[in-house]
Ligand binder design. Structure first.
Ligand SMILES: O=C(O)CCC(=O)C(=O)O
Ligand SMILES: [Fe+2]
Length: 193
């Protein structure tokens, strides 16, 4: 698998490798595994119900109602560590994030299929801030028309910003990596309108 230069990501995607130090990112990973009320929702695919291949938790202000596909999660209140991170992102991006979808990929068998975060509640050209903690995992971006795929690693302590037309023009996914035995948690800060 060729790994593209992160300076050459598609338009709307920006990668910052170390916004949290290595040690702090792994400490936060451990903290979240034990502090959040994890769930494994079921989704309907071709009429049959399946557990999603990862654990999830939806952290959000009480006023937020978010109907992304398969949502059966209640709003969980902000833990201090997560609230601190959203304040930091707010000062950096001048965005009032009111929701955070947390995904826990327990090992390389857990995945996220091709999708874009283009629900109408996120508004036009949403800015999504995605923080990675734990095992490095491949992230794929695919152009809707050309089908061209860009792949790169999301490392622990990194921040991926998706903005502009990134959700309109592209889909993204986290493929299976059978050799990965460690877990990873991803935090996607969102503004639900
Ligand atoms: O785990 C990731 O890096 C991707 C998560 C994602 O795409 C999402 O929560 O919408
Ligand atoms: Fe996504």
């Amino acid at each position: 698998m060729s790994q593209l230069n992160k300076e050459c990501l598609p338009e709307g995607f920006t990668y910052f490798p170390q916004v949290i130090s290595f040690d702090k990112s792994l400490a936060l990973y451990e903290h979240l595994t034990t502090s959040l009320p994890w769930q494994q929702p079921k989704i309907q695919v071709y009429g049959k119900y399946h557990f999603i291949p990862r654990l999830q938790c939806f952290v959000a202000d009480p006023s937020v109602h978010y109907g992304y596909s398969g949502k059966s999660l209640d709003n969980v209140p902000w833990l201090p560590a997560l609230d601190a991170m959203r304040q930091r992102l707010k000062s950096q991006y001048d965005k009032a994030f009111n929701a955070l979808l947390v995904n826990w990929y327990r090992d390389g068998m857990d995945t996220m299929g091709w999708h874009s975060d283009d629900e109408k509640e996120l508004g036009n050209k949403p800015l999504i801030a995605s923080v990675s903690l734990g095992a490095p995992r491949l992230f794929k971006i695919r152009h809707r028309q050309t089908r061209e795929v860009t792949s790169f690693m999301l490392e622990t302590g990194s921040l991926l910003i998706m903005s502009g037309d990134s959700q309109h023009d592209y889909e993204h996914s986290l493929p299976k990596q059978t050799k990965v035995k460690q877990g990873r948690i991803n935090l996607t800060f969102r503004t639900v309108g």
